[in-house]
Design a protein around this ligand. Structure first.
Ligand code: AMP
Length: 599
């Protein structure tokens, strides 16, 4: 068995304590899990949800597994709706639901609402507190400078019952845990809190980048949560460098930054520095962006961004901008629950494995075989415990949280790559059912299908239909965008759909996609959707190609998303016209209809 044990030696007493905690948790995975489940079940024993399954006070794994069903978000929606509507009785959790965390996962086109309780902030903070002690084992001297992190808050809404609904990071950055965090020399950011907490993301980005430029020599690490966020910051620099140079030269802040608290904190940071302005101009004016990160921030030791899962598509671009700096993927988390961390953060992105901390929640795993039938209530699935997983196998992650999610399917597929002490380590394989993703968006096959159907209604009056389609997440430029390949059947060539109609089809598709997609479009982290019309017979050629590579004719299905280079080349060589969405789709923080968020 591939078992790692004991990390290198800690650099400080604080770190030693954190690393000792990791040792203790990973060595005793099974007993910690048993205790966590016992705690969750006993404190939530009187909730309406658990009472339904007649546990009769039992808190053991066997009773729990035999009586409580495995559920999806849709199964819990009636309970979530009641909580959102203001029912304060203990429905899922004995502790009051403090707010809803809006996941980037969607249900019926709207963000999923994850209930949370106040104390979960402590658990999240605990996981954060383990990251630097691990990093310090591999990268010395991180207390001698700062981290340039692009961190943002997002719009929040209220449910009809008055609970706040917002993303988990917005909740964390606005909490006292973050705002009043004690000074830690290993965790000093270039961005003052006010810039992170500015609700206008453009002003926030502007101020954070400006701080990063001013403190360029102190910066030891550059990061964002996901790779897409860091690339957005680089693009922001490409577009705005002249204004930055001007602000730095004159020591005055761009008047477009109007947020009073940002202006106030920037007045302490920004002083005239003509020499730095000349430097920024020299580095940016040639519009050569290779290694721009290491040129502007020469002391950067690594990038701190998640490049696993859907973000792996950005690795080559980040390598280009950073001159090949290491990319550290430090943690694995979600709105439902924070899961764990990477104990070897400086490893290659393809080697990243996350170790789930057994104190975060109770974890179970559904063996994942792509051919396995979906779960049925009649034959309850056999879920495996954290301590009993097998190396090399893939599993779907199921959580039971303090906030009241019981045996909840997160939707992530993980592969066990080894063990650290008794704790399995996981490669993130993919999120179930996600076809396309550029930023936070996750578009599944049925959403894409629906969008295509809605758009093709516009083709009817031209006697035209979509014969076949596939899609591609094009991340060559920043921001990336969705490309949809269409093979059309045009009955009357004299009345074929015009360029104007086809670009309206792009827009109609965007309007049909889920709220997270539309929000990312409005925030300019996804570019306009593109339809590439291909010549008739292209999809047959695609099938021939698949068959020549061993696919069975009987089983062949058109892939609804492609990324394999020869297939892309084939498709692109058959393109007859390209069309782009001419406008931004509708988006507002409020769901399109109130029913949708809570129904
Ligand atoms: P959200 O519910 O919007 O917070 O998104 C959580 C999801 O993001 C997880 O369930 C994963 O699918 C994905 N995710 C989070 N952390 C990572 C990571 N380190 N690597 C890959 N995917 C991740």
């Amino acid at each position: 068995m591939a078992v790692d044990s004991t990390l290198p030696s800690a650099v400080s007493e604080n770190d030693a304590k954190a690393l000792g905690f990791i040792e203790e948790m990973t060595a005793n995975v099974d007993s910690v899990q048993e205790r966590i489940l016992g705690e969750i079940l006993s404190r939530n024993a009187q909730t309406e949800y658990l009472k339904r399954f007649n546990l009769n006070g039992a808190t053991d794994r066997e009773t729990f597994k035999s009586k409580v069903p495995v559920v999806t978000y849709e199964d819990l929606q009636p309970e979530i709706q009641r909580i959102a509507n203001g029912d304060k009785s203990p429905i899922l959790s004995s502790h009051p639901i403090s707010e809803f965390l809006t996941s980037s996962g969607t249900s019926a086109g709207e963000r999923k609402l994850m209930p949370t309780i106040h104390e979960e902030l402590d658990r999240r903070q605990l996981l954060y507190s383990l990251l630097m002690p691990v990093m310090n084992l591999y990268v010395p001297g991180l207390d001698k400078g700062k981290g340039l992190y692009f961190l943002f808050i997002k719009a929040e809404t209220k449910t009809p019952g008055g609970l706040v609904a917002r993303p988990v990071l917005t909740s964390y950055y606005k909490s006292q845990h973050f705002k009043n965090r004690p000074h830690d020399p290993f965790n000093v950011y270039t961005s003052p809190n006010q810039t992170i907490l500015c609700p206008d993301s453009i002003q926030s980005m502007y101020a954070q980048m400006l701080c990063g430029l001013i403190m360029r020599e102190e910066v030891l690490r550059v990061g964002a949560i996901f790779a897409s966020g860091l690339l957005k910051a680089i693009r922001f620099l490409q577009v705005n460098w002249k204004q930055f140079a001007h602000d730095i030269e004159t020591g005055t802040l761009n008047p477009k930054v109007t947020d009073p608290s940002v202006r106030e904190c920037m007045s302490k940071v920004l002083k005239p520095n003509p020499e730095l302005a000349v430097f920024i101009t020299k580095e940016c004016s040639e519009e050569k962006w290779e290694s721009i990160i290491t040129r502007i921030w020469p002391n950067t030791k690594y990038l701190d961004v998640i490049v696993t899962g859907a973000m792996a598509q950005y690795i080559p671009t980040l390598e280009y901008y950073s001159g090949g700096l290491p990319m550290a993927c430090t943690m694995y988390a979600s709105s439902e629950c924070y899961f764990g961390l990477n104990l070897k953060p400086m490893c290659e992105p393809s080697e990243v494995s996350y170790t789930i901390m057994p104190n975060m929640a109770y974890f179970e795993f559904l063996p994942h075989e792509s051919s396995a039938p979906e779960l049925s209530r009649d034959s309850p699935p056999r879920l495996v415990d954290l301590a009993d997983l097998e190396i090399g196998k893939e599993y779907e992650l199921i959580v039971t949280t303090y906030a009241g999610l019981c045996r909840y399917r997160v939707g992530d597929i993980l592969r066990v790559t080894g063990f650290y002490n008794a704790a399995p380590q996981f490669r993130f394989i993919r999120r179930k059912n996600v076809l396309l993703s550029i930023d936070f968006d996750k578009t599944d096959e049925s959403e894409l299908q629906q969008a295509i159907e809605n758009a093709s209604i516009l083709l009817k009056e031209y006697n035209t239909s979509v014969v076949e389609y596939t899609s591609y997440a094009d991340t060559e430029d920043i921001p990336g965008h969705y490309v949809i390949y269409w093979e059309l059947f045009v009955k009357d060539a004299a009345n074929a759909p015009t360029e104007e109609v086809l670009s309206r089809c792009c827009f109609e598709m965007e309007e049909s996609l889920n709220v997270v997609y539309r929000q990312c479009r409005v925030a300019d982290s996804i570019g306009p959707l593109e339809i590439r019309v291909v010549i008739n017979g292209t999809f047959e050629e695609l099938m021939d190609y698949a068959i020549s590579r061993g696919a069975s004719i009987n089983q062949y299905k058109v892939p609804r998303c492609v990324s394999f280079t020869p297939i892309m080349e084939l498709l692109d060589s058959r393109v007859v016209s390209k069309h782009f969405s001419p406008a931004l789709p509708h988006w507002s923080p409020e769901p399109r209809s109130h029913d949708a968020i809570i129904a």
